[in-house]
Design a protein around this ligand. Sequence first.
Ligand SMILES: Cc1cc2nc3c(=O)[nH]c(=O)nc-3n(C[C@H](O)[C@H](O)[C@H](O)COP(=O)(O)OP(=O)(O)OC[C@H]3O[C@@H](n4cnc5c(N)ncnc54)[C@H](O)[C@@H]3O)c2cc1C
Length: 370
Amino acid sequence: MLAEIDVAIIGAGVIGLATAREIAQQKKEIFVFEKNRTFGLETSSRNSEVIHAGIYYPEDSLKAKLCVEGKNLLYDLCDRHNIACKKCGKIIVAADENDINWLEELYKQGRKNGVDDLVLLSRTQVKKLEPSIEARAGLLSPSSGIFNSHNLLKFLYSQAREKGAEFVFGTEVIGIERASAKYKVHIRDRDGISAFVAPVVVNCAGLNSDRMAELAGIDIAKSGYELHYCKGEYFSLDSKYRNLISRLIYPTPEQAGHGIHWRQALDGRVLLGPSAHYVEAIDYSVDETYKQYFYSSAKRFLPFVELEDLAPESAGIRPKLQGPGDEFRDFIITHEEKAGFPGLINLIGIESPGLTAALAIARYVSRMMS
Ligand SMILES: Cc1cc2nc3c(=O)[nH]c(=O)nc-3n(C[C@H](O)[C@H](O)[C@H](O)COP(=O)(O)OP(=O)(O)OC[C@H]3O[C@@H](n4cnc5c(N)ncnc54)[C@H](O)[C@@H]3O)c2cc1C
C-alpha cells in the first residue's frame, strides 16, 4: 500500500520552505522532499543576500510584482522575528554618459514598478553619501537592503515544521507518474527506491526544476522550460577596507546579471560580485582567473583598490530561462492544468530576485491551490 499525502513539494530551498510554511496554514499533509542532507544548501545559500527594490524588471512581470510585494513582506518578517537585516539603500553608479542614460531609464522603470522612492544623484551627491566612490552620477534606491538569508531559511524551516509540514532529507525525486487524478512521486533514499501518492505536486527544484517538469511528462523544449546555468562568483576585499561603503553599490546592469556590485556584508566585510557567465555543469568552485576582471570592474569606481586586495570568496549558479543574448524571461509559476496536468505546479527559472520575492511567491502558489 502506497503512502498518500496531500501535497508533495520538491526542493527545500527558500522557495520550497516558504511554500511549505504558507500552505501548511491550510492544514494539509505536506511532505517536502530534498535530495541534500538538509535545507538550503544550493542557490538559496549562494547569493548576494540583497533585498531588491524591484527596479529592473518589466512592468507587470511576475519578477516586478512579486519582488515589490516580497520586499515588504520580508522586511516585516525580519523585523518581527529578529532576522538580521539592514535597509541600507543602494546606489546604482554611472561611469560615463551612456551609463547616465541608463540610470534615467532605470528611474522610469522603477517608478512604473511601484518603486516610488528613487532619487537621481549628481556626482557631488554620490560623493557626499559615499566618499570612497568615484562616479559620474547615481540612482539612489533607499528601500534596497541586505539580510541574513541563513537565518531566514532556518526560520521558514522551523515554522513550516511547527505547522505540520514533514521534511524528508537525503531523498531525491526520480520520477513523477500520473496515477488517475493523482501523481505517484518516486523517490530514492539510502534505503532504496519507494513512492508516495499525492494529488498536488509543487516543483521547487531550483536548478533541476526543468528536469522535474520533464519527469512529470511536460515537453520542456516546446514549453520553453529548459534552463541554462549562469554562474556568479564573488571575491572579498581585504579587511583593511571594512566599512568602506555604507550602501550597496551597483554599476549599471550587464546583460545576464545586475553587474559586479559591492556590498558591505552584515559583518562589515566588503564583497564584490557576482559575475555572470554561462556554464554547462554545477560546480561551486571559484575560478581565480576572474580576479583580474573583478579588479578592473572595482577599480572604475574604487580607484585606490589593488589586485592583491581581492580574495576568492564563493559562487552560486543562476537557473536561467534565457540563454546568452536572449531577451528577458519572467519567472514561470504555473499550475499545469491547461497542459493536462491538474495539481502540478511548476516553478522554473526562479533566479534573482527569487530570495526577495520568496514570501510573495509562496502566497502566489498558495492562491493557485485554493
Ligand atoms: C549568484 C546569485 C546571486 C543572487 N543574489 C540574489 C539576491 O541578492 N537577492 C535575491 O532576491 N535573489 C538573489 N539570487 C536568487 C536567489 O538566490 C534564488 O532565486 C533563490 O535562492 C531560489 O531558491 P530555490 O528554492 O528556487 O532554489 P534552491 O535554493 O536551489 O533550492 C532548490 C532545492 O531543490 C533541491 N532539489 C533539486 N532537485 C531535486 C530532486 N530531484 N529531489 C529532491 N530535491 C531536489 C535542491 O537540492 C535544492 O535544495 C541570486 C542567485 C544567484 C545564483
